[in-house]
Ligand binder design. Sequence first.
Ligand code: DAH
Length: 339
Amino acid sequence: MDISALEREIVEADLSSPEAQQRFRQKFLKKGGVLDELFAKLRSLPQEQRKELGTQLNRLRALAQGRVEVAGSVENSPSTALSTDATFPRLTLSSGGRHPLSIVEERVIRLFQRLGYSLADGPEIEDDWHNFTALNFEPDHPARDMQDTFFINPSAGRLLRTHTSTVQVRVMEAMRPPIRILAPGRVYRHETISARAHVYFHQIEGLYIDTHVSAADLRATLEYFIRSFFGEKTRTRWRASYFPFTEMSAEVDIGCLICGGEGCPVCKYSGWVEVLGCGMVDPNVLTACGISPEAYRGFAFGLGVERITQLLFGIPDLRLFGQNNISFLESFRGYGYAL
Ligand code: DAH
């Protein structure tokens, strides 16, 4: 007997009217129905076939019962009332979508994967070594202050990581060059929550270590990224900066996408917005992680995911990312992986 044909018949049967449901019940579930007869035949089969077929028949019976139950409940549900009661409130089914930060993170990852970067990960609960010391922070650097960092256990140096640069350290400790990684993740800072600041946000860290990595490579890589991400015509501005873990250090601004450079609240009327920090990895950091600064050089960069998401979509208030406001989230539904 053809179990799968029977199964198809059960799955595909039309149960849209009470009469059809009645016929279905008669055929499959009542005494004398198809399944009932098959169960009767079971008894005449040898032991080993009985078990196999018995399982199949039980499954079909459950399937048929399920179909009748669902059809019966749809019958009585408010959505049927819709067709007869024009005053009944509209019921909508909405599908989910991806969070804008995930959409953007995914896109950044894909752009760097084309350059041969792979993904790396690290814990959000960190220690002083990975968050500060190995990254060449002086013992009295202000970022080590309780005012900027959430400490879990200050005396044990346990803290919530303040940046994804911690993953640089972990990767260099674990791998030999050449290293080319991207590390996305959540970071925490002791800030007053406002439209521009939050106690947690997301960063993506990049690290490239090899024998001949130069500042020209750094510049070409990030210019490629910015143009691919924000558009071919995007203007960039490189500013000398300072980070304990890079020497030279730079910050990169792009021409404000909201006002086109004319000045608006987003760019604080300067026409430029900072999108990332970067630099050549400080030799002290290489040494701390067990990599010889004589043999290897590298660059690193860190970018804020909220920041570039705000710029890309014109989102004025950072707090929207964490509020689970359905209409805000639904406005990104169409993007999927297409961005
Ligand atoms: N860790 C820095 C921050 O949180 C961002 C950063 C700057 C990362 C320069 C880097 C870098 O790797 O080279 O503000």
